[in-house]
Ligand binder design. Structure first.
Ligand SMILES: NC(=O)c1ccc[n+]([C@@H]2O[C@H](COP(=O)([O-])OP(=O)(O)OC[C@H]3O[C@@H](n4cnc5c(N)ncnc54)[C@H](OP(=O)(O)O)[C@@H]3O)[C@@H](O)[C@H]2O)c1
Length: 244
């Protein structure tokens, strides 16, 4: 298992749901954290909670739907932490369910792509080159298993684009020490997933940690967090290593 004590992770959308769960799990391994959401007020309580346990934390805010705020976020990250070693591109939006799939406004596709794809690629562009110079980094992009639900097309298609980004960048990252992979958390009880979801948000751990902790540095895989639900971190890593 890779030692991440005193490394720095940026978790976007860390104020609630899956991002918060991931941030807490990383902190338990001694990882310092940049906590992102749309307002620092949303992560202040979590930041205090983690600081009290000896973890260095910084809260940053940006609405990822707004390109100017993403530019500002990238510059704020530079000043907030000595470096980012682990990036969880977790924040995303899902547009309302449309019964009439032919009337989904084009703007909903644009907004979904800006938030769920372009902002995430911009964070990768800003952070991966220095990870490559240091010859270590982990990028975990949250995708979705959503399939054949055209009523949610802006969300589903944006997640498919992000998956393709991960796939196509494999040759660039090979042998660099930097690994970029996708993570499908499963359908979870969060604000986005709703209370109808079959899985608790806690079930995303330890699976969500696997792509950060595997030491092989391989890119382009799609991890299913629910494959590891109920396991210890060690068991989850053993299973992931075995599956390669
Ligand atoms: N839940 C599921 O069943 C499920 C299934 C498959 C994939 N996923 C993926 O898992 C990730 C996390 O989902 P979740 O269920 O934890 O979502 P969630 O409970 O709705 O939380 C969303 C997080 O993203 C932030 N956020 C929302 N809109 C934003 C914006 N415009 N700009 C910047 N940050 C924004 C929120 O921060 P604020 O405090 O500012 O609102 C919050 O921290 C997403 O990528 C999602 O697509 C979820």
């Amino acid at each position: 298992m890779t030692e991440i004590k005193e490394k720095w992770a940026l978790v976007t959308g860390a104020s609630r749901g899956i991002g918060k769960e991931i941030a807490i799990a990383l902190s338990k391994l001694g990882c310092n954290l940049v906590l992102h959401s749309r307002s620092v007020e949303h992560t202040n309580a979590l930041s205090d909670q983690l600081s009290n346990k000896g973890i260095d934390t910084v809260s940053l805010e940006a609405d990822l739907t707004d390109p100017d705020q993403v530019t500002q976020l990238i510059s704020d990250i530079d000043n907030a932490a000595p470096q980012i070693d682990i990036l969880y591109n977790n924040a995303a939006i899902m547009m309302p369910y449309h019964d009439d799939v032919w009337e989904i406004p084009a703007d909903e596709f644009r907004k979904s792509f800006e938030t769920n794809v372009i902002s995430q690629i911009r964070l990768c562009n800003a952070l991966i080159p220095s990870m490559m110079e240091r010859r270590w980094g982990r990028i975990i992009n949250l995708i979705s298993g959503i399939d054949q639900q055209p009523q949610l097309a802006p969300y589903a298609i944006s997640k498919a684009a992000l998956r393709k980004f991960v796939h196509d960048f494999v040759p660039i990252l090979e042998g660099s020490g930097v690994a970029m992979n996708s993570l499908d958390p499963g359908w979870l009880k969060t604000d986005m997933g709703s209370q109808e979801a079959p899985n608790s948000v806690a079930s995303v751990i330890p699976g969500a940690l696997v792509p950060a902790l595997l030491s092989d540095g391989v890119s382009g895989r799609e991890f299913q967090a629910q494959d590891y639900a109920g396991m210890s971190i060690e068991q989850a890593l053993q299973k992931a290593e075995h599956q390669q």
